[in-house]
Design a protein around this ligand. Structure first.
Ligand code: SF4
Length: 417
């Protein structure tokens, strides 16, 4: 007989706000009367206990599938009764399978339906698109069902993602498939990197995690600048394209004041000016490709034709040393030909090798660079110092050393005299 849902007064409160609640979803699964429902009933029981006692009751362990060293997040309950038996036995094992999404994270409905069928057969019915790691999270599986569930998903062409101290599941925005701002082939870049470093993803052997993310433009929909050890962001280096006719239409419909308030004065480098005749001037040498004006005046403005990517390294929120945004180490790189992609793969390989050899345990790339100095990192991966490298807007990571010796001599003379 199906288990009965116990009272969950604290969880019920999570359904009272204006937003859709995950508790409503869990209750639906619990009341489905299917095989997986008992597991969700007990999950809600354990969750309610957690909310009441303000304690978490999951512990890790070792669960995996044949041939892989990671990709499954084990969860065993620690909530036991007096006879040391699980208080909520149907959810005593509640493991998560991390499955890599396709680049851009878009699916057809047939695929999603099949996912649901597999997870209703082997798991709890609970799937999260997508976790912070980028993976599809198939949550709630017993130890015995992990292998058959993975086999079924693998049969569909999907593979486990990364977990633990490994190269993690890559992420790329939907990009050129649906977005007019896209400046590169995000899907190809991500797929190439995932294929090249699949071993490092499935067999955790690094000091800590290492993440790739690819965004097609400066809007950075993947938050790669903040959340990736190696971030690739699409950009352009020629002039942005301006359709003056469309711009005039904007001025006509929105008014000059609106354009000034919402576009011209919001350009971070004051690269824009509105002319008397309602046309737009762009000082392209000042533009930092932030995307603001293009986002607002989509029909009139668009990225230039000479497109490529910028590569940043060491972003992470939040590290032990505070938040770190990525540092630009390759200001512009074309990504058109096979050779360009090979160059990108080579650079990524250098970074991972250097990280593997030089990072301390539990240290991310950004922290390692802070500790050893950017210059040593660049030397290690074979990149020349370039004054266009950027630590944060309007500052680069270097100081001028010419004239250094003369200044030092003067300082010693002053001190002596
Ligand atoms: Fe200014 Fe950003 Fe537009 Fe460039 S993209 S002109 S920096 S608002």
């Amino acid at each position: 007989m199906a288990k009965k849902l116990q009272d969950t007064p604290m969880l019920d409160q999570l359904e009272s706000g204006p937003w859709p609640s995950f508790i409503t979803g869990l209750k639906r699964l619990a009341n489905d009367g299917k095989e997986y429902s008992d597991m969700v009933v007990d999950l809600l029981g354990q969750l309610e206990t957690s909310y009441q006692t303000k304690k978490g009751y999951w512990k890790g362990g070792t669960v995996g599938v044949i041939g892989y060293g990671g990709g499954v997040i084990p969860r065993f309950t620690e909530l036991l009764d007096e006879s040391k038996k699980p208080m909520f036995p149907a959810a005593a094992e509640f493991h998560t399978l991390r499955i890599m999404p396709p680049p851009g994270m878009h699916y057809d409905t047939a695929t999603i339906r099949k996912f649901c069928d597999i997870w209703e057969q082997y798991g709890s019915g609970l799937i999260a698109f997508h976790g912070q790691s980028g993976d599809i999270m198939f949550q709630g599986c017993t130890t015995d069902n992990v292998q058959p569930a993975f086999d079924a998903l693998n049969e569909m062409g999907f593979d486990l993602g990364g977990a633990g101290p490994a190269v993690r599941t890559g992420m790329s925005c939907v990009g050129a498939a649906r977005c007019e701002h896209s400046c590169t082939d995000e899907g190809r870049a991500m797929r190439m990197l995932v294929n090249a470093f699949l071993d490092d993803m499935h067999r955790p052997a690094l000091p800590y995690k290492f993440k790739f993310k690819v965004s097609g433009c400066g809007n950075d929909c993947m938050n790669s600048i903040q959340r990736a050890d190696m971030s690739m962001i699409g950009t352009w280096r020629d002039d942005m394209k301006v359709d003056q006719g469309e711009f005039k239409n904007y001025v006509e419909t929105k008014g000059r004041k609106w354009i000034v308030d919402n576009v011209i004065t919001r350009c971070p480098t004051q690269a824009l000016s509105l002319n008397e005749d309602d046309t737009l001037d762009v000082k392209n040498s000042d533009c930092v490709r932030c995307m603001h004006c293009i986002n607002v005046l989509t029909k009139a403005l668009s990225p230039g034709d000479d497109k490529g990517i910028s590569i940043l390294v060491g972003g992470k929120r939040t590290l032990k040393i505070g938040d770190l945004m990525g540092t630009v180490i390759v200001p512009f790189m074309k990504l058109d030909t096979d050779e360009d992609y090979e160059k990108l793969e080579e650079l990524a390989g250098e970074m991972i090798d250097f990280f593997a050899e030089n990072a301390l345990e539990h240290e991310r790339t950004g922290e390692m660079i802070e500790r050893i100095g950017l210059i040593n990192f660049l030397e290690g991966i074979g990149l020349d110092v370039d004054p266009n490298m950027v630590t944060q807007p309007r500052s680069n990571p270097y100081i001028r050393m010419d004239g250094w010796d003369e200044e030092a001599k003067k300082w010693f003379e002053r001190k002596a005299g």
